[in-house]
Design a protein around this ligand. Structure first.
Ligand SMILES: Cc1cc2nc3c(=O)[nH]c(=O)nc-3n(C[C@H](O)[C@H](O)[C@H](O)COP(=O)(O)O)c2cc1C
Length: 193
């Protein structure tokens, strides 16, 4: 099982890197499988502009940066989205990165770790119907941290409850990954027929 931890903010000085490293570190101790950080900034993705819809692209893209992104996402069985909240919603760069692909996300479970002035909960509520559009299974457990109360001198200092919340999230995510295996095998069989 390979879990991708997607760090979804790209601005200079972003807090997402620390939150992503924290949850990936815990996941590596807890999850029987591989945990890979997919940092959006490192992919330097273009704004989606192709004439071909991602759902019809058969994972073939004109821009090599999107191809690299496609391969990274395709190689994962489930995800932890590390999301900030911008203007009460999903950060634009993260939504763009999601929209760039189609079948690479399809039917894969996803869990959310959010942070923000209001702990990013509104961004997660927006994410849930978005991921459902690609039949992803959004697990209930989430971790939502306050950038005011849980950063000290610029360093992420999660409160005492976060570790237990993360463990519940890992349990629900890994169980969901195992549960959708059959569905995904069925998809692969039908598309190769
Ligand atoms: C453009 C922008 C809009 C923001 N809007 C909100 C908001 O609506 N609600 C909130 O709780 N925090 C908001 N914030 C604060 C962010 O949650 C906080 O700065 C967080 O660290 C951003 O994530 P990042 O550091 O990974 O970019 C906003 C930040 C930015 C840059």
């Amino acid at each position: 099982m390979r879990i991708g931890v997607v760090i979804g903010s790209v601005r200079e000085g972003r807090k997402g890197v620390q939150v992503g490293a924290w949850i990936a570190g815990l996941a590596r101790q807890s999850i029987a499988g591989e945990v890979e950080i997919l940092d959006l900034k490192a992919f330097d993705l273009p704004v989606y502009h192709d004439a071909v819809l991602p759902s019809a692209a058969h994972k073939v893209y004109s821009d090599p940066r999107v191809t690299r992104w496609s391969e990274a996402v395709d190689g994962c069985d489930g995800f932890i989205f590390v999301t900030a909240e911008y203007n009460h919603g999903i950060p634009g760069a993260f939504k763009n990165a999601f929209d760039l692909l189609g079948p690479e996300w399809l039917r894969k479970p996803v869990a959310f770790v959010s942070y923000g002035a209001d702990s990013g909960v509104r961004a997660v509520e927006q994410w849930r119907p978005v991921v459902a559009a690609l039949q992803m299974f959004g697990v209930r457990a989430q971790v939502s941290a306050s950038t005011f109360a849980e950063f000290t001198d610029g360093k992420f200092t999660p409160n005492d409850r976060r570790k237990a919340q993360a463990e519940t999230l890992f349990t629900q995510l890994t169980r969901a990954v195992r549960a959708v295996e059959l569905l995904r095998e069925d998809d692969a069989r039908r598309t190769s027929e």
